[in-house]
Write a protein that binds this ligand. Sequence first.
Ligand code: PXG
Length: 444
Amino acid sequence: MDQLSKTNAPVLENFWMPFTANRQFKATPRLLAAAEGMYYTDVDGKQVLDGTAGLWCCNAGHGRKKISQAVERQLATLDYAPTFQMGHPIAFDFASKLAANAPGGPEAKLDRIFFTGSGSESVDTALKIAIAYQRAIGQGTRTRIIGREKGYHGVGFGGISVGGLVNNRRVFPQIPADHMRHTLDIGRNAFSKGLPPHGVELADDLERLVQLHGAETIAAVIVEPMSGSAGVVLPPRGYLEKLRATADKHGILLIFDEVITGFGRLGTPFATDYFGVVPDLITTAKGITNGTIPMGAVFASRKIYDGLMVGPENAIELFHGYTYSGHPVACAAGLATLEIYEEEGLLTRAADLAEYWQEALHSLNGLPHVVDIRNLGLVGAVELAPRDGAPGTRAYEIFVDCFNKGLLIRVTGDIIALSPPLIIEKDQIDTIVSTLGDALKRAA
Ligand SMILES: Cc1ncc(COP(=O)(O)O)c(CNc2cccc(C(=O)O)c2)c1O
Protein backbone atom coordinates (compact mmCIF):
# COMPACT_ATOMS: atom_id res chain seq x y z
CA MET A 1 0.00 0.00 0.00
CA ASP A 2 1.51 3.40 -0.87
CA GLN A 3 2.42 5.86 1.86
CA LEU A 4 -0.77 7.89 1.43
CA SER A 5 -4.00 6.03 0.86
CA LYS A 6 -6.71 7.43 -1.40
CA THR A 7 -8.43 9.52 1.27
CA ASN A 8 -5.15 11.03 2.50
CA ALA A 9 -5.73 9.16 5.74
CA PRO A 10 -2.41 7.95 7.18
CA VAL A 11 -1.20 4.41 6.52
CA LEU A 12 -1.70 2.70 9.89
CA GLU A 13 0.18 -0.56 9.79
CA ASN A 14 3.74 0.74 10.30
CA PHE A 15 3.30 2.43 13.71
CA TRP A 16 3.49 -0.18 16.49
CA MET A 17 1.37 1.57 19.11
CA PRO A 18 2.23 1.44 22.83
CA PHE A 19 -0.13 -0.07 25.39
CA THR A 20 -2.71 -0.45 22.61
CA ALA A 21 -4.81 -3.24 21.10
CA ASN A 22 -3.20 -2.47 17.75
CA ARG A 23 -5.50 -4.62 15.60
CA GLN A 24 -8.68 -3.34 17.25
CA PHE A 25 -7.51 0.28 17.04
CA LYS A 26 -6.41 0.10 13.41
CA ALA A 27 -9.77 -1.37 12.46
CA THR A 28 -11.53 1.68 13.98
CA PRO A 29 -8.88 4.36 14.51
CA ARG A 30 -9.36 7.49 16.63
CA LEU A 31 -7.05 10.19 15.24
CA LEU A 32 -6.50 13.63 16.73
CA ALA A 33 -5.39 16.39 14.39
CA ALA A 34 -5.10 19.52 16.53
CA ALA A 35 -5.39 20.86 20.07
CA GLU A 36 -6.08 24.23 21.71
CA GLY A 37 -6.86 25.05 25.34
CA MET A 38 -9.11 22.34 26.77
CA TYR A 39 -9.95 20.77 23.39
CA TYR A 40 -8.63 18.38 20.83
CA THR A 41 -9.91 18.40 17.26
CA ASP A 42 -10.07 15.02 15.59
CA VAL A 43 -9.29 14.40 11.90
CA ASP A 44 -12.98 14.80 11.06
CA GLY A 45 -13.10 18.22 12.72
CA LYS A 46 -14.94 17.04 15.84
CA GLN A 47 -14.12 18.91 19.08
CA VAL A 48 -13.09 16.59 21.92
CA LEU A 49 -12.94 17.89 25.48
CA ASP A 50 -9.68 16.71 27.05
CA GLY A 51 -10.67 14.98 30.30
CA THR A 52 -7.21 13.47 30.78
CA ALA A 53 -4.74 16.31 30.04
CA GLY A 54 -3.47 14.11 27.24
CA LEU A 55 -1.98 11.43 29.46
CA TRP A 56 -1.92 13.29 32.79
CA CYS A 57 0.65 15.65 31.28
CA CYS A 58 -0.85 18.75 29.63
CA ASN A 59 -1.51 20.57 32.90
CA ALA A 60 -1.63 24.00 31.21
CA GLY A 61 -3.85 22.81 28.38
CA HIS A 62 -2.92 22.78 24.70
CA GLY A 63 -1.42 25.12 22.17
CA ARG A 64 0.42 27.33 24.64
CA LYS A 65 2.23 29.92 22.51
CA LYS A 66 4.80 30.77 25.19
CA ILE A 67 6.05 27.19 25.01
CA SER A 68 6.03 26.83 21.23
CA GLN A 69 7.79 30.17 20.79
CA ALA A 70 10.45 29.22 23.36
CA VAL A 71 10.98 25.91 21.60
CA GLU A 72 11.23 27.61 18.20
CA ARG A 73 13.79 30.11 19.51
CA GLN A 74 15.87 27.40 21.14
CA LEU A 75 15.78 25.15 18.08
CA ALA A 76 17.05 28.05 15.98
CA THR A 77 19.82 28.87 18.49
CA LEU A 78 21.14 25.64 19.99
CA ASP A 79 19.18 22.63 18.79
CA TYR A 80 21.22 19.96 20.50
CA ALA A 81 24.39 19.83 22.52
CA PRO A 82 25.81 17.13 24.80
CA THR A 83 25.79 17.30 28.59
CA PHE A 84 28.44 14.60 29.00
CA GLN A 85 31.54 16.58 30.07
CA MET A 86 30.03 19.52 28.16
CA GLY A 87 27.27 21.98 29.02
CA HIS A 88 24.94 24.71 27.87
CA PRO A 89 23.57 27.45 30.16
CA ILE A 90 19.88 26.66 29.72
CA ALA A 91 20.26 23.22 31.33
CA PHE A 92 21.77 24.84 34.42
CA ASP A 93 19.15 27.61 34.35
CA PHE A 94 16.30 25.08 34.27
CA ALA A 95 17.87 22.97 37.03
CA SER A 96 18.26 26.10 39.17
CA LYS A 97 14.66 27.13 38.50
CA LEU A 98 13.41 23.68 39.49
CA ALA A 99 15.64 23.69 42.58
CA ALA A 100 14.28 27.09 43.62
CA ASN A 101 10.75 25.62 43.44
CA ALA A 102 11.66 22.15 44.65
CA PRO A 103 9.18 19.93 46.48
CA GLY A 104 9.17 20.42 50.23
CA GLY A 105 10.60 23.93 50.01
CA PRO A 106 14.18 25.08 50.74
CA GLU A 107 14.43 23.20 54.03
CA ALA A 108 13.90 19.87 52.23
CA LYS A 109 17.04 20.48 50.15
CA LEU A 110 15.72 18.33 47.27
CA ASP A 111 17.69 20.58 44.97
CA ARG A 112 19.98 18.41 42.90
CA ILE A 113 18.31 17.70 39.54
CA PHE A 114 19.12 14.78 37.24
CA PHE A 115 17.46 15.21 33.84
CA THR A 116 16.00 12.31 31.88
CA GLY A 117 13.78 11.83 28.84
CA SER A 118 10.68 10.28 30.41
CA GLY A 119 9.07 9.05 33.59
CA SER A 120 10.42 5.54 33.08
CA GLU A 121 13.91 6.94 32.76
CA SER A 122 13.37 9.06 35.88
CA VAL A 123 12.34 5.96 37.81
CA ASP A 124 15.30 3.87 36.68
CA THR A 125 17.56 6.84 37.41
CA ALA A 126 16.20 7.19 40.96
CA LEU A 127 16.53 3.46 41.65
CA LYS A 128 20.15 3.48 40.47
CA ILE A 129 21.00 6.65 42.42
CA ALA A 130 19.53 5.06 45.56
CA ILE A 131 21.59 1.90 45.20
CA ALA A 132 24.74 3.84 44.24
CA TYR A 133 24.31 6.15 47.24
CA GLN A 134 23.92 3.24 49.66
CA ARG A 135 27.12 1.72 48.28
CA ALA A 136 28.95 5.04 48.50
CA ILE A 137 28.18 5.28 52.21
CA GLY A 138 29.32 1.75 52.90
CA GLN A 139 25.91 0.07 52.61
CA GLY A 140 26.68 -1.87 49.45
CA THR A 141 24.60 -4.86 50.56
CA ARG A 142 21.47 -2.75 50.02
CA THR A 143 20.44 -3.70 46.47
CA ARG A 144 16.75 -4.54 46.89
CA ILE A 145 13.97 -2.01 46.24
CA ILE A 146 10.54 -2.24 47.85
CA GLY A 147 7.55 -1.29 45.72
CA ARG A 148 3.84 -1.85 46.07
CA GLU A 149 1.08 -3.90 44.45
CA LYS A 150 -0.78 -1.88 41.81
CA GLY A 151 2.18 0.48 41.59
CA TYR A 152 3.11 1.86 38.18
CA HIS A 153 6.63 3.10 37.69
CA GLY A 154 7.00 2.97 33.94
CA VAL A 155 8.30 0.22 31.72
CA GLY A 156 12.03 0.01 32.33
CA PHE A 157 13.29 -3.22 33.85
CA GLY A 158 13.65 -1.37 37.15
CA GLY A 159 10.21 0.18 36.93
CA ILE A 160 8.41 -3.09 36.17
CA SER A 161 10.34 -4.84 38.95
CA VAL A 162 9.19 -2.40 41.64
CA GLY A 163 5.82 -1.92 39.95
CA GLY A 164 2.85 -4.06 40.87
CA LEU A 165 0.79 -4.50 37.69
CA VAL A 166 0.90 -8.13 36.66
CA ASN A 167 0.68 -7.63 32.88
CA ASN A 168 3.69 -5.30 32.97
CA ARG A 169 5.75 -7.88 34.89
CA ARG A 170 4.75 -11.42 33.96
CA VAL A 171 6.77 -11.64 30.74
CA PHE A 172 10.04 -10.05 31.82
CA PRO A 173 12.92 -10.81 34.24
CA GLN A 174 13.31 -8.41 37.12
CA ILE A 175 15.77 -6.80 39.54
CA PRO A 176 15.61 -7.70 43.27
CA ALA A 177 12.38 -6.22 44.61
CA ASP A 178 9.49 -7.00 46.89
CA HIS A 179 6.09 -5.41 47.41
CA MET A 180 3.82 -3.98 50.06
CA ARG A 181 0.09 -4.57 49.70
CA HIS A 182 -1.83 -1.94 47.74
CA THR A 183 -4.17 0.45 49.56
CA LEU A 184 -7.35 0.14 47.46
CA ASP A 185 -10.15 -1.02 49.77
CA ILE A 186 -13.60 -0.51 48.24
CA GLY A 187 -15.12 -2.67 50.96
CA ARG A 188 -14.25 -0.15 53.68
CA ASN A 189 -13.68 3.07 51.74
CA ALA A 190 -16.24 3.06 48.89
CA PHE A 191 -17.28 6.53 47.73
CA SER A 192 -14.92 8.23 50.18
CA LYS A 193 -14.41 11.88 49.28
CA GLY A 194 -10.69 12.66 49.22
CA LEU A 195 -8.28 10.55 51.27
CA PRO A 196 -9.82 7.25 52.44
CA PRO A 197 -10.21 6.87 56.22
CA HIS A 198 -9.30 3.18 56.50
CA GLY A 199 -6.06 1.30 55.80
CA VAL A 200 -3.18 3.15 57.51
CA GLU A 201 -2.09 -0.19 58.99
CA LEU A 202 -1.05 -1.26 55.47
CA ALA A 203 2.05 0.89 55.91
CA ASP A 204 3.23 -1.72 58.43
CA ASP A 205 4.04 -3.92 55.42
CA LEU A 206 7.36 -2.11 55.10
CA GLU A 207 8.36 -3.24 58.58
CA ARG A 208 7.30 -6.79 57.73
CA LEU A 209 9.46 -6.75 54.61
CA VAL A 210 12.39 -5.45 56.65
CA GLN A 211 11.91 -8.43 58.99
CA LEU A 212 11.80 -10.77 55.99
CA HIS A 213 14.78 -9.44 54.02
CA GLY A 214 16.91 -7.63 56.60
CA ALA A 215 17.28 -3.84 56.53
CA GLU A 216 20.87 -4.18 55.34
CA THR A 217 19.59 -5.59 52.02
CA ILE A 218 17.07 -2.83 51.23
CA ALA A 219 18.18 0.37 49.46
CA ALA A 220 14.86 2.15 49.06
CA VAL A 221 11.09 2.01 48.99
CA ILE A 222 9.26 3.65 46.07
CA VAL A 223 5.59 4.65 46.01
CA GLU A 224 3.33 6.94 44.04
CA PRO A 225 1.89 9.29 46.68
CA MET A 226 -1.29 8.91 44.62
CA SER A 227 -1.33 6.09 42.09
CA GLY A 228 -2.90 7.12 38.79
CA SER A 229 -2.25 4.37 36.29
CA ALA A 230 -3.77 1.59 38.38
CA GLY A 231 -7.03 3.48 38.43
CA VAL A 232 -6.47 6.15 41.08
CA VAL A 233 -5.42 4.41 44.28
CA LEU A 234 -5.20 6.83 47.20
CA PRO A 235 -3.13 6.58 50.40
CA PRO A 236 -5.15 6.22 53.60
CA ARG A 237 -4.76 9.13 56.01
CA GLY A 238 -1.40 8.83 57.82
CA TYR A 239 -0.05 6.13 55.52
CA LEU A 240 2.79 8.11 53.92
CA GLU A 241 3.88 9.47 57.28
CA LYS A 242 4.24 5.90 58.56
CA LEU A 243 6.30 4.90 55.53
CA ARG A 244 8.62 7.82 56.13
CA ALA A 245 9.11 6.87 59.79
CA THR A 246 9.80 3.20 59.04
CA ALA A 247 12.22 4.09 56.25
CA ASP A 248 14.11 6.43 58.58
CA LYS A 249 14.23 3.78 61.30
CA HIS A 250 16.00 1.32 58.96
CA GLY A 251 18.19 3.58 56.80
CA ILE A 252 15.94 2.96 53.78
CA LEU A 253 15.58 5.79 51.25
CA LEU A 254 12.04 6.93 50.41
CA ILE A 255 11.30 7.64 46.75
CA PHE A 256 8.09 9.43 45.70
CA ASP A 257 7.16 8.77 42.11
CA GLU A 258 5.48 12.07 41.23
CA VAL A 259 5.35 11.63 37.46
CA ILE A 260 1.59 12.23 37.68
CA THR A 261 1.21 14.21 40.91
CA GLY A 262 4.04 16.64 40.17
CA PHE A 263 3.38 20.20 38.93
CA GLY A 264 0.00 20.99 40.46
CA ARG A 265 -2.18 17.93 39.94
CA LEU A 266 -3.30 17.76 43.58
CA GLY A 267 -3.56 21.52 44.11
CA THR A 268 -0.05 21.90 45.49
CA PRO A 269 3.16 22.09 43.46
CA PHE A 270 3.94 18.48 44.38
CA ALA A 271 2.30 15.69 46.38
CA THR A 272 5.27 16.09 48.74
CA ASP A 273 3.76 19.50 49.61
CA TYR A 274 0.21 18.17 49.76
CA PHE A 275 1.05 15.46 52.32
CA GLY A 276 3.88 17.29 54.09
CA VAL A 277 6.03 14.16 53.86
CA VAL A 278 9.52 14.70 52.47
CA PRO A 279 11.15 11.84 50.53
CA ASP A 280 14.81 11.48 49.62
CA LEU A 281 14.26 11.28 45.86
CA ILE A 282 11.37 12.39 43.63
CA THR A 283 10.77 11.31 40.06
CA THR A 284 8.93 13.65 37.69
CA ALA A 285 8.11 13.93 33.97
CA LYS A 286 4.81 14.71 32.13
CA GLY A 287 3.83 18.15 33.43
CA ILE A 288 7.46 19.32 33.56
CA THR A 289 7.13 20.49 29.92
CA ASN A 290 3.32 20.44 29.79
CA GLY A 291 3.68 17.23 27.77
CA THR A 292 5.14 19.13 24.80
CA ILE A 293 8.72 17.80 24.73
CA PRO A 294 9.67 14.45 26.28
CA MET A 295 11.51 15.15 29.53
CA GLY A 296 11.84 13.90 33.09
CA ALA A 297 13.74 15.02 36.15
CA VAL A 298 14.81 13.40 39.40
CA PHE A 299 14.97 15.70 42.45
CA ALA A 300 17.71 14.32 44.70
CA SER A 301 18.41 15.47 48.23
CA ARG A 302 21.62 17.36 48.93
CA LYS A 303 22.55 14.46 51.25
CA ILE A 304 22.42 11.95 48.39
CA TYR A 305 24.25 14.20 45.94
CA ASP A 306 26.99 15.02 48.44
CA GLY A 307 27.24 11.34 49.37
CA LEU A 308 28.11 10.55 45.75
CA MET A 309 30.46 13.49 45.16
CA VAL A 310 33.40 11.53 46.48
CA GLY A 311 36.59 10.08 45.02
CA PRO A 312 39.16 11.72 42.73
CA GLU A 313 38.09 15.10 41.32
CA ASN A 314 38.60 13.82 37.77
CA ALA A 315 36.45 10.73 38.33
CA ILE A 316 32.90 10.36 37.01
CA GLU A 317 30.85 10.03 40.18
CA LEU A 318 27.80 8.27 38.68
CA PHE A 319 28.07 6.12 35.58
CA HIS A 320 24.57 6.91 34.37
CA GLY A 321 22.86 9.35 31.98
CA TYR A 322 21.12 9.78 28.67
CA THR A 323 21.92 11.45 25.35
CA TYR A 324 18.96 13.75 26.00
CA SER A 325 19.67 14.49 29.69
CA GLY A 326 19.25 18.29 29.89
CA HIS A 327 18.29 18.58 26.22
CA PRO A 328 18.33 22.33 25.40
CA VAL A 329 14.95 22.37 23.65
CA ALA A 330 13.31 20.38 26.45
CA CYS A 331 14.80 22.83 28.96
CA ALA A 332 13.39 25.74 26.95
CA ALA A 333 9.95 24.11 26.98
CA GLY A 334 10.29 23.45 30.71
CA LEU A 335 11.26 27.02 31.56
CA ALA A 336 8.35 28.37 29.53
CA THR A 337 6.03 25.86 31.18
CA LEU A 338 7.07 26.92 34.67
CA GLU A 339 6.47 30.55 33.70
CA ILE A 340 2.93 29.69 32.66
CA TYR A 341 2.33 27.72 35.86
CA GLU A 342 3.53 30.69 37.91
CA GLU A 343 1.73 33.41 35.91
CA GLU A 344 -1.60 31.54 35.98
CA GLY A 345 -1.30 30.07 39.48
CA LEU A 346 -1.66 26.56 38.05
CA LEU A 347 0.44 24.86 40.74
CA THR A 348 -2.32 25.57 43.26
CA ARG A 349 -5.42 26.13 41.10
CA ALA A 350 -6.63 22.53 41.54
CA ALA A 351 -7.08 23.29 45.25
CA ASP A 352 -9.60 26.01 44.34
CA LEU A 353 -11.57 23.59 42.14
CA ALA A 354 -11.18 20.39 44.20
CA GLU A 355 -14.43 20.76 46.13
CA TYR A 356 -16.50 21.55 43.04
CA TRP A 357 -14.83 18.70 41.16
CA GLN A 358 -15.48 16.31 44.04
CA GLU A 359 -19.18 17.12 44.30
CA ALA A 360 -19.64 16.94 40.53
CA LEU A 361 -17.94 13.55 40.33
CA HIS A 362 -19.83 12.06 43.27
CA SER A 363 -23.13 13.07 41.65
CA LEU A 364 -22.55 9.99 39.47
CA ASN A 365 -23.04 7.77 42.52
CA GLY A 366 -26.08 5.56 41.91
CA LEU A 367 -25.74 5.32 38.11
CA PRO A 368 -25.71 1.82 36.56
CA HIS A 369 -22.66 -0.34 37.32
CA VAL A 370 -20.88 2.33 39.45
CA VAL A 371 -19.30 0.64 42.47
CA ASP A 372 -16.90 3.35 43.65
CA ILE A 373 -15.92 6.96 43.05
CA ARG A 374 -12.53 8.33 44.14
CA ASN A 375 -11.09 11.82 43.96
CA LEU A 376 -8.17 13.96 45.06
CA GLY A 377 -7.22 17.40 43.74
CA LEU A 378 -8.18 17.37 40.05
CA VAL A 379 -8.05 13.60 39.75
CA GLY A 380 -11.08 11.36 39.64
CA ALA A 381 -11.97 7.71 39.17
CA VAL A 382 -15.31 6.01 38.57
CA GLU A 383 -15.02 2.26 39.13
CA LEU A 384 -17.53 0.00 37.38
CA ALA A 385 -18.63 -3.53 38.09
CA PRO A 386 -17.00 -5.73 35.42
CA ARG A 387 -19.23 -7.44 32.88
CA ASP A 388 -19.49 -11.17 33.60
CA GLY A 389 -16.74 -13.00 31.75
CA ALA A 390 -15.58 -9.85 29.96
CA PRO A 391 -13.62 -7.64 32.36
CA GLY A 392 -12.68 -4.24 30.93
CA THR A 393 -15.19 -4.31 28.07
CA ARG A 394 -17.80 -2.18 29.82
CA ALA A 395 -15.36 0.65 30.55
CA TYR A 396 -13.81 0.38 27.08
CA GLU A 397 -17.22 0.77 25.42
CA ILE A 398 -17.90 3.83 27.59
CA PHE A 399 -14.50 5.23 26.55
CA VAL A 400 -15.47 4.86 22.86
CA ASP A 401 -18.96 6.24 23.49
CA CYS A 402 -17.55 9.29 25.30
CA PHE A 403 -15.02 9.91 22.53
CA ASN A 404 -17.80 9.78 19.94
CA LYS A 405 -19.74 12.27 22.06
CA GLY A 406 -16.72 14.63 22.28
CA LEU A 407 -15.03 13.69 25.58
CA LEU A 408 -11.65 12.02 26.10
CA ILE A 409 -11.40 9.85 29.22
CA ARG A 410 -8.91 7.17 30.31
CA VAL A 411 -9.85 3.62 31.21
CA THR A 412 -7.83 0.95 32.92
CA GLY A 413 -9.66 -2.30 33.43
CA ASP A 414 -13.17 -1.25 34.46
CA ILE A 415 -12.01 2.00 36.01
CA ILE A 416 -12.61 5.37 34.35
CA ALA A 417 -9.86 7.83 35.26
CA LEU A 418 -10.11 11.60 34.83
CA SER A 419 -7.37 14.22 35.14
CA PRO A 420 -8.28 17.34 33.13
CA PRO A 421 -5.88 20.19 32.43
CA LEU A 422 -5.58 22.49 35.46
CA ILE A 423 -6.96 25.40 33.40
CA ILE A 424 -10.42 23.77 33.38
CA GLU A 425 -13.47 25.94 34.18
CA LYS A 426 -16.49 24.83 36.20
CA ASP A 427 -18.76 24.62 33.17
CA GLN A 428 -16.27 22.24 31.57
CA ILE A 429 -16.30 20.10 34.71
CA ASP A 430 -20.07 20.00 34.32
CA THR A 431 -19.68 18.91 30.68
CA ILE A 432 -17.30 16.10 31.65
CA VAL A 433 -19.68 14.80 34.29
CA SER A 434 -22.83 15.10 32.20
CA THR A 435 -21.26 13.45 29.15
CA LEU A 436 -19.88 10.62 31.27
CA GLY A 437 -23.16 10.29 33.14
CA ASP A 438 -25.12 9.94 29.90
CA ALA A 439 -22.67 7.29 28.68
CA LEU A 440 -23.01 5.37 31.95
CA LYS A 441 -26.81 5.41 31.56
CA ARG A 442 -26.49 4.03 28.03
CA ALA A 443 -23.95 1.36 28.97
CA ALA A 444 -25.00 -2.27 28.88
C1 PXG B 1 3.86 7.23 38.43
C2 PXG B 1 4.47 7.01 37.07
N1 PXG B 1 5.77 6.68 36.97
C3 PXG B 1 6.34 6.47 35.76
C4 PXG B 1 5.61 6.60 34.60
C5 PXG B 1 6.29 6.35 33.26
O1 PXG B 1 6.41 7.55 32.55
P1 PXG B 1 6.70 7.45 30.96
O2 PXG B 1 5.44 6.89 30.30
O3 PXG B 1 6.97 8.88 30.57
O4 PXG B 1 7.88 6.55 30.76
C6 PXG B 1 4.26 6.96 34.66
C7 PXG B 1 3.50 7.12 33.39
N2 PXG B 1 2.10 7.05 33.55
C8 PXG B 1 1.26 6.78 32.52
C9 PXG B 1 1.71 6.72 31.22
C10 PXG B 1 0.78 6.42 30.21
C11 PXG B 1 -0.56 6.16 30.52
C12 PXG B 1 -0.97 6.24 31.85
C13 PXG B 1 -2.39 5.95 32.22
O5 PXG B 1 -2.74 6.10 33.40
O6 PXG B 1 -3.15 5.56 31.33
C14 PXG B 1 -0.07 6.55 32.83
C15 PXG B 1 3.67 7.16 35.92
O7 PXG B 1 2.35 7.47 36.05
